[in-house]
Design a protein around this ligand. Structure first.
Ligand SMILES: [Zn+2]
Ligand SMILES: [Zn+2]
Length: 232
């Protein structure tokens, strides 16, 4: 038994059984999202998970953008994703869940279109509090399983913003305005590449939207937005 398992004996975060951090029964019991969503209008997306052209135009996105989420934000998925109090635990939960979805054909098909993973950054303050960025945990698991490289240094937070969870859709968009910056030296390398943004949950889509906006400014034209869960 590893030292980690001695200090934090593994219990499934969903059903509390002692099999693992996330037991197999719970893992396979989570229903997949059967429709993909355009987060700009919060309606079902077009063919191949593409954001609607009309929505992109309306929001001044002149790029080819797609969005894919694996699950709806059910109680079980919420527990897995939000169980961030015990640091080692959330790593394990998220890794197990991400590894699992990487075996699913639709997910594999979506992820393998891309050349590089850019995890959505969190603020320095939140990083220090939490000790990790959950999007990086998910990204690194995808990287291992789908064989796409990850770069955590391209996107960064330009400013700290209040937590999003109590805000309305419009407030979420206003809250995140201009919140990202890019490393101009590193980004030039990815200009002609297909870029995959990765996050844990997509709610209003504000996070992905502002990341798309800034990547567009630097000439990236083909971007996928991947999240484990979509909050409908
Ligand atoms: Zn369980
Ligand atoms: Zn739309």
């Amino acid at each position: 038994m590893s030292l980690l398992n001695l200090i934090f004996p593994p219990n499934c975060v969903v059903c509390s059984s002692s099999e693992n951090w996330l037991c197999n029964k719970c893992l396979i019991g989570i229903p997949n999202l059967d429709v993909q969503w355009c987060f700009l209008c919060n309606k079902p997306a077009g063919d191949n998970c593409e954001l609607h052209l009309s929505c992109s135009n309306e929001h001044n996105l002149k790029i080819h953008a797609k969005a894919f989420s694996c699950y709806t934000y059910t109680a079980a998925v919420r527990k897995i994703i939000r169980n961030a109090k015990f640091v080692p635990k959330i790593h394990k939960n998220l890794s197990i869940l991400t590894r699992h979805v990487c075996q699913q054909n639709l997910v594999k098909h979506f992820l393998s279109q891309y050349d590089v993973i850019l995890p959505i950054p969190i603020s320095v303050n939140r990083y220090c509090e939490r000790g990790f960025n959950q999007a990086e945990i998910i990204g690194s698991e995808i990287s291992k399983n789908i064989n796409v490289s990850m770069n955590t240094k391209v996107l960064a937070r330009a400013k700290d913003t209040p937590p999003q969870h109590k805000l309305s859709r419009t407030e979420r968009y206003n809250n995140l305005k201009s919140c990202y910056k890019v490393n101009t030296r590193l980004i030039s390398k990815y200009k002609s590449q297909k870029v995959l943004l990765v996050d844990d949950v997509c709610t209003s889509g504000a996070t992905f939207y502002y990341a798309l906006k800034i990547l567009q400014e630097y000439g990236i034209v083909n971007i996928g937005c991947f999240s484990l869960a979509k909050r409908l």
